[in-house]
Design a protein around this ligand. Structure first.
Ligand SMILES: *Cc1c(COP(=O)(O)O)cnc(C)c1O
Length: 389
């Protein structure tokens, strides 16, 4: 995606101050209302002031193994699951997973309804993995009956991949209902929960997810640099030798982390990993995923209520809408210009996000990160004050 417009606009005006210290204000002239990287706490940033050795036990046993254990705990209380961390942004880890999980004679069914679903299909294409796509359209969630029919009709399909929260639109796909179908049909279920994991409760064992992928800089509220996969251990154990890449071999990364008590194969993003460990502590302090979900939902509720009052229309029906990010139709006035709107809000302390849907002109506002309902109220006031078209 191109850089958002207005990137060079100086931001000196007022900033959102609700839950920020003075130092935070100095470091953050604006709040990121984006789907990641997002606004993080000062304490998460502060722990990056220390250096760590990528091969040392203090780092591997002390931080990496703790993180891996906590990630599994966040995914499920059931036995038989493991986690692997992998360098790179979320897409790198999706590619590592898709490229490692599916055997040479396997076939992937991709359930898409937006840019991130399409990216999984694109990954399969680039890696020359046999695949087929069901696209439900950007406005509609996936229907488990269609998935069931597709699986019944094509026995060659070995894996099904779906995005949980489609960040392009804000859609929340019915992961439990689809998971049940995939399990009943005995296929492997891959879920891109990049933008939801840690912010929307889910139990991967109950749902029947074999591989879940997410990254450091979304709902766990860490900083960018790596992602992770939570896997059913027996499913991951079957993946030896399948990877289409050396660096993105998720199986080998897992083996080295297991045998080396947290060792990464190549240089690990030590500072990011340390920040992530702190972010996990802060997630616990907030009260866990349920509490974080409540906060995000309240952020979203305040946002939608305020935006509707100002005359904006949501892109999705509320029944399909996640609390993570919300897409709004552009105002119809001919004088509206996203670039100016964006720059004006940025000067007032809020960075919003461009649209990412194909059919309609939209923009998006994220409600995740170290962001609170009071911030959203300030945003609404800033928007009200910005409506000059
Ligand atoms: C953020 C995100 C990704 C990964 O994007 P990167 O820019 O590579 O971090 C993948 N899927 C979804 C649903 C996402 O929200």
């Amino acid at each position: 995606m191109p850089d958002p417009p207005g990137a060079n606009v100086p931001s000196t005006d007022k900033v959102s101050t609700s839950l920020m210290t003075d130092r935070d204000t100095i470091q953050n002239p604006y709040l990121l209302l984006t789907p990641g990287p997002l606004s993080t706490t000062l304490s998460v940033k502060e722990v990056m002031l220390r250096d760590w050795c990528t091969w040392d036990d203090d780092y591997n046993r002390g931080i990496v193994q703790v993180i891996r254990g906590k990630l599994v705990q966040l995914g499920t209380r059931a036995e038989g699951y493991t986690s692997v961390l992998m360098q790179g942004s979320g897409t790198f880890v999706v590619e590592a997973l898709v490229g490692t999980a599916i055997a040479a004679d396997g076939k992937l069914l991709v359930l898409s309804n937006g840019a991130y679903g399409q990216r999984i299909a694109q990954t399969a294409r680039v890696l020359a993995i046999d695949h087929t796509v069901i696209d439900s359209g950007e406005l509609d969630a996936h229907d488990p009956h269609n998935v069931d029919k597709a699986l019944a009709a094509d026995p060659a399909i070995t894996h099904v991949a779906m995005v949980h929260g489609e960040t392009a639109t804000g859609m929340l796909n019915p992961v439990a209902a689809v998971g049940e179908v995939v399990r009943n049909r005995n296929r492997v279920f891959i879920v891109d929960a990049m933008s939801t994991f840690g912010g929307v409760p889910l139990d991967i064992d109950e749902i029947g997810i074999d591989f879940l992928v997410s990254s450091a800089n979304k709902c766990i509220q860490g900083v960018p640099g790596f992602g992770f996969v939570i896997a059913r251990e027996s499913a991951l154990a079957e993946c030896e030798g399948r990877a289409r890449s050396l660096a993105l071999d998720l199986y080998d990364q897992w083996r080295v982390m297991e045998e080396g008590s947290g060792k990464w194969r190549y240089t690990s993003p030590t500072h990011t990993v340390r920040a992530f460990a702190q972010a996990l502590i802060e997630l616990e302090q907030e009260g866990g995923v349920e509490k974080r979900h409540e906060r995000y939902r309240e952020n979203h509720r305040v946002l939608v209520e305020g935006m509707k009052r100002l005359g904006f229309r949501c892109f999705l029906n509320e029944s399909n809408q996640s609390p993570i990010i919300t897409a709004f139709h552009d105002p119809e006035e001919a004088t509206y210009e996203f670039k100016r709107f964006y720059a004006d809000l940025k000067r007032k302390g809020f960075v919003i996000y461009p649209g990412k849907v194909t059919e309609d002109a939209t923009f998006r506002i994220g409600t995740i990160g170290h962001v609170f309902p009071s911030d959203i109220r300030s945003l609404i006031a800033a928007i009200e004050d910005s409506i000059y078209w």
